[in-house]
Write a protein that binds this ligand. Structure first.
Ligand SMILES: Cc1cc2nc3c(=O)[nH]c(=O)nc-3n(C[C@H](O)[C@H](O)[C@H](O)COP(=O)(O)OP(=O)(O)OC[C@H]3O[C@@H](n4cnc5c(N)ncnc54)[C@H](O)[C@@H]3O)c2cc1C
Length: 395
């Protein structure tokens, strides 16, 4: 506790305050420490875990990756870097002072918001029953891992990349898997149309039962535990586990009373600075500009979180660097790679192409390539990444 000094009337003080210890907050803290060896750094995180990989959580639930291998930092990492991690939540922020959920108050000089995103809820009664999980963090994954011992009928809601992970992990377990999609296809809109059909066939061949253009309308169970779900179509599906992966919502409730500008995320400029001085945001909580396009997006991406956290940390320590990092994700479904380069949700025109069993979808906006998805070998991904932001007709 060397770096933390008691302030008058019980208010504590830190030079750098970081809200959230995911990849964004953690990489910011690391770079700040390398630039400012003696400045006090406090991270407040409601999970209170040292940095772990969310990208391996689906392997952890089926026992393929042990919990210890999820951790990306050694046990002493925080202490060795003289960083204080407080397991607490942020309640509110006013004029350079943060109020924590526990009632403590901390005065800061510079603050980084890196509180990530929460899973979007279905908004249904019964969503709090035992056996219903968001699959957003290690605590959820521990619950799923222990529930899998007895669960036989598993329903997954949502047709995105987290569902891809879950299905890929669970199809080999012998459990019955139901997939409920609001859209007309798996990964609808995001991948080449032919690739979408190909991936769907892979799911069917693996025994996944798919309910398309449907939604969960009711979650029920009599003993405090989920027993079944009902769909809008009226069908009832026996489910002793429900995994919800229907998108994310940036976590910034604690800014409700603040003047800091927000939209879907906390709005930042290319320096990751918010509308207030001495205040930055990085990772899933920020809505950031995209190079070459007149728009801001929430990336929801590990690599973006790491890189934006690092640059925000450098800027907090006195530099003036721009962040133009692109969100990039690569997943695998039954051995088939699915890669997203840039924001594939962008409202844009799409152009599909296919070459040597690799399926491409290009997203084009203002006649420039804004993002792409590849299903199959990702060996051309570097070329495609470097073309993002350039005139599409010249490619
Ligand atoms: C199962 C899963 C698989 C994924 N797979 C991929 C993938 O393959 N590729 C990819 O690019 N991305 C993937 N992602 C997304 C990626 O993990 C996130 O984009 C990344 O973790 C965002 O980092 P972050 O630091 O911004 O936020 P987070 O990692 O969410 O960390 C934020 C931290 O802030 C804390 N916090 C939140 N609110 C408060 C508060 N009010 N007070 C205090 N602390 C708070 C949270 O407890 C959390 O520890 C996956 C996510 C999940 C859940």
């Amino acid at each position: 506790m060397k770096n933390k000094t008691r302030y008058n009337k019980g208010v504590e003080k830190t030079k750098y305050l970081i809200v959230g210890n995911g990849p964004a907050g953690s990489s910011a803290a690391e770079v700040i420490r390398s630039r400012d060896p003696s400045g006090s750094i406090m991270i407040v995180d409601r999970e209170g875990e040292r940095l772990y990989s969310k990208l391996l959580l689906h392997k952890f639930i089926i026992g393929e990756v042990p919990e210890q291998r999820l951790y990306l930092h050694k046990e002493n990492w925080l202490r060795d870097h003289k960083i204080i991690l407080e397991t607490d939540g942020i309640d509110s922020i006013t004029a350079g002072v943060v109020k924590l959920k526990s009632g403590r108050e901390v005065k800061f000089e510079k603050i980084l918001f890196s509180s990530g995103a929460a899973a979007r809820k279905l908004g249904l009664e019964g969503e709090d029953l035992e056996g219903v999980y968001d699959f957003r963090n290690l605590a959820d994954a521990r619950g799923v891992e222990s529930g899998l011992g007895t669960a036989q009928n598993i329903s997954i809601v949502g047709g995105g990349l987290i569902s891809t992970d879950l299905i890929d992990a669970l199809v080999g377990t012998g459990k019955k898997i139901n997939l409920i999609l609001r859209d007309k296809e798996f990964l609808w809109g995001k991948v080449n149309e032919k690739a979408g059909r190909y991936l769907e066939q892979i799911l069917l061949d693996a025994g996944v039962i798919i309910f398309k253009e449907n939604e969960v309308s009711k979650v029920s169970g009599n003993t405090g535990k989920i027993e079944k779900i009902k769909l809008l179509s009226g069908e009832e599906i026996a489910s002793d586990m429900l995994l919800i992966a229907v998108g994310i919502v940036s976590n910034f409730d604690y800014l409700a009373g603040s003047q800091i500008e927000k939209n879907k995320g906390i709005l930042v400029d290319e320096y990751l600075q918010t509308s207030e001085d001495w205040t930055w945001a990085a990772g899933d909580v920020c809505e950031h500009p995209v190079q070459g396009f007149n728009e801001k997006i929430v990336s929801g991406n590990w690599l973006y979180a790491l890189e934006s956290g690092k640059i925000a940390g450098e800027n907090m320590a006195g530099e003036h660097k721009q962040c133009w990092s692109l969100p990039v994700s690569v997943k695998s479904l039954r051995g088939v790679s699915i890669g997203y380069y840039g924001d594939v949700l962008a409202e844009s025109e799409t152009v599909d192409a296919e070459k040597e069993d690799v399926f491409y979808r290009f997203f084009v906006k203002d006649s420039k390539l804004c993002s792409a998805s590849i299903v199959g070998s990702q060996k051309n991904s570097a070329v495609i990444r470097s073309a993002i932001g350039k005139e599409f007709s010249t490619l």
